[in-house]
Design a binder for this molecule. Sequence first.
Ligand code: FAD
Length: 381
Amino acid sequence: MPLTSLTKDETILRDSVRRFAQNKIAPLVREMDEAQKIDPALLPQLFELGILGIEVPEQYGGFGGSFMGAILAVEEISAVDPAVGVLVDVQNTLTVNALLRWGNEEQKKKYLPRMNTDTICSYALSEASSGSDAFSLKTQARRDGEDFILNGRKLWISNAAEANLFIVFANANPAAGYKGITAFMIERGTPGFQVGKKEDKLGIRASSTCELLLDDCRVPAANVLGEVGKGYKIAIETLNEGRIGIAAQMLGLAQGAWNYAARYSQEREQFGKPIASFQAVQFTLSEMAIEIEAARLMVYNAARMKDAGLPFVKEAAMAKHFVSQMAEKIASQAVEIFGGYGFVKDYPVEKLYRDAKIGKIYEGTSNMQLATISKLILAAR
Ligand SMILES: Cc1cc2nc3c(=O)[nH]c(=O)nc-3n(C[C@H](O)[C@H](O)[C@H](O)COP(=O)(O)OP(=O)(O)OC[C@H]3O[C@@H](n4cnc5c(N)ncnc54)[C@H](O)[C@@H]3O)c2cc1C
């Protein structure tokens, strides 16, 4: 069975997300990019569509979908707007996933039904001085009776403007190094917790990326996700999965850019004919399609391996590295097929070109993916 063939349920999900993206998101893309804000009316619609908690099991009010389902949703949304794509991605592949894997029964009962119906979540690991070297984070958590008191700053936190629940990593025992890192669930409105400055970005501008401020923020010990000192494990495992999500975002982006370029090439006339009649343009579109197909195979393979319970870390890192590189190239070629019109905001490929850059940066830069891959392939020899 080819990897790209979908089950009946996967096809229904993909088609309904595709229709939603084309009908409801596409008309808002430019406006949201300029306003640097996701239209708030879209959020309840995304919950209604059921794609903000795809893997939430039935007992917690969800449909118990697969990781592959989440990947398809991220891909389809990102073909229209990668800024909305990353919101869907973080919610599913990082936060819901972390709760499913590491939450205790009480936490799952409390948070999963909300994550599936009305609560956007953020995942806060990075800080100003710790990005690739994430475990050198400086935010500290001090035990105080039944609570922890958190102090520090988080940077670059996606979805933070919209989120009501935050998974925040802090070190509860700095003397133990990374083995002190602990994950906390913090609700918006908790005293001492504040969402700070929003970044003014090159791409995915509608996606909020904010600082988080923790000043003597008191968090009940019951809100520790997993165990104290196991935050590093949660971060490693969730980010391994999250990488497939970013690869899906970049795959969708590339497919979206190709779709626009293919359509434009059949409409735009030069020398008395559509530019798609020139072999050079046809071959460019063919080469773009080949690379997108190769990327799709890598992304679906990694997602299906994850769903099958097979080791997938190498495949996820390879997919993220390859697909983010491919997306940047495809978006650039799409701009060229549009000629001068590709360079202005009246057509959507200019935005996709800007949006593509982030794929090589977040959830582990391309160098960090190469480091993971080399470690795994050399160890296997
Ligand atoms: C739009 C956006 C959204 C984000 N969303 C989130 C979020 O929701 N949650 C979150 O926690 N974080 C988030 N991040 C942070 C993101 O994950 C980091 O920016 C990323 O991990 C890189 O860290 P850095 O920016 O500190 O770069 P650095 O780590 O300083 O890297 C700078 C350069 O040095 C290279 N480098 C560093 N170390 C090595 C090494 N050992 N070997 C080779 N090269 C190396 C890198 O590859 C890179 O090219 C987001 C960032 C952005 C821009």
